[in-house]
Design a protein around this ligand. Sequence first.
Ligand SMILES: CC(C)(COP(=O)(O)OP(=O)(O)OC[C@H]1O[C@@H](n2cnc3c(N)ncnc32)[C@H](O)[C@@H]1OP(=O)(O)O)[C@@H](O)C(=O)NCCC(=O)NCCS
Length: 182
Amino acid sequence: MTPADPSGADVRLRPLALDDVDRVMELEDALFGPGAWSRGAYVEELTSAYGRTYVAAVVDDDGRERVVGYGGLAAGDEAQVLTVGVEAAYRRRGIGALLVDALLSAARTGGARTALLEVRASDDVAQRLYARAGFVPIGVRRGYYQAEGEDAVVMRARLTRTPGPVGSEHTGGGAPPAGSGS
Ligand SMILES: CC(C)(COP(=O)(O)OP(=O)(O)OC[C@H]1O[C@@H](n2cnc3c(N)ncnc32)[C@H](O)[C@@H]1OP(=O)(O)O)[C@@H](O)C(=O)NCCC(=O)NCCS
């Protein structure tokens, strides 16, 4: 099937729903290979997990909605970005950044002061996506991805809570503010 116009212009975000799990399963292997989550894991996350936010990026595809990306977050004082993925044909159009921003916004709403994530040490693209959203590397978990024995880079973003105009809540995208310690 030919993808809908992947211009990114008509992308919108909405909560990821149980009805989306078939579509997520179509995408999951291509996005994450051996790290793909199972159907059961998604059903569990979307039905019974406490404090989770899952967001879908959707486009119009000939009058039908098409999920082209999704992301998930576990809330808490230290929120955890659990997953972010965008269908290959729709990448480099800002959809990944939109998803990360939505997850961080949910984290702030949930009262988080920081957000953490693990990302494959070899995944420069994802690390750039996260760095752009204000995450900085703070450590390495050796052999975290057990299937391949690959290390994870741990990244953290400090979340500001000051309300302001849309777009002004960005955490900085680079160095933390002067004087901010751990
Ligand atoms: C990582 C991923 C989600 C990025 O999605 P995306 O929609 O293409 O990302 P965006 O278009 O919003 O790009 C945001 C930033 O990420 C970085 N980036 C994204 N793709 C990149 C690429 N191919 N090369 C270099 N940098 C890239 C850039 O800094 C980019 O900002 P810019 O376009 O202003 O330069 C997507 O590549 C993906 O799904 N990969 C497979 C799954 C995965 O690795 N997920 C992350 C681990 S959980």
